[in-house]
Design a protein around this ligand. Sequence first.
Ligand code: MLT
Length: 216
Amino acid sequence: MTKETPFVYRFVPAGGASAPPLLLLHGTGGDENDLVDLGRMLSPDSALLSPRGRVLENGMPRFFRRLAEGVFDEDDVRRRAVELADFVDETRQRLGIGAPVAVGYSNGANIAAAMMLLRPGTLSGAALLRAMVPLPDPPHADLRSVLGGVPVLIASGQMDPIVPTSNSAKLAEMLLEAGADVTYRTLPVGHQLSQADVVLTRDWLERVKKRTVQSA
Ligand code: MLT
């Protein structure tokens, strides 16, 4: 068995103490640089941790293997979600940052959703942009928290040719059943990220920050 290389990642230290760290997870074919500007726009004071997916599909980085578009290799999803959660836990302890809020796009949103279901506790929240159900039958996860449910934003695109809104709505239901505090929005866009995603995610993050401060 060949030993896997460690995660390649970028880290941007926090500009202030009050903002939660963001874990930035790119889409298929992206890398650790892709979402750094978005992360800065969403929360200028947050530390940013941005790993590159270690699976290659025709040379394009991803966070887990798929068999076809929208058909995932479930064993690989499970294995990679745990690997990424281990990386996040170890790296954040080494860097001295708290549990991050994931901001994931497409494949990155799907691995973030898988991490929430398989390793609740690794993330303190997640903005899932164009996400779909990563595993049809995940183990029972407990996403309740002292603050009343781990905050999750799911933003799907009405005209998305890759992720039907029925699928992202199913993911919202799964996370809700696990006790998460889910905000589900459908935007009049396709699979690509839009300005509406930026505004929606920034406002949602502001509410998450206020909730954290009020309960501190
Ligand atoms: C996936 O995880 O495969 C996504 O939903 C679609 C993509 O990344 O292109």
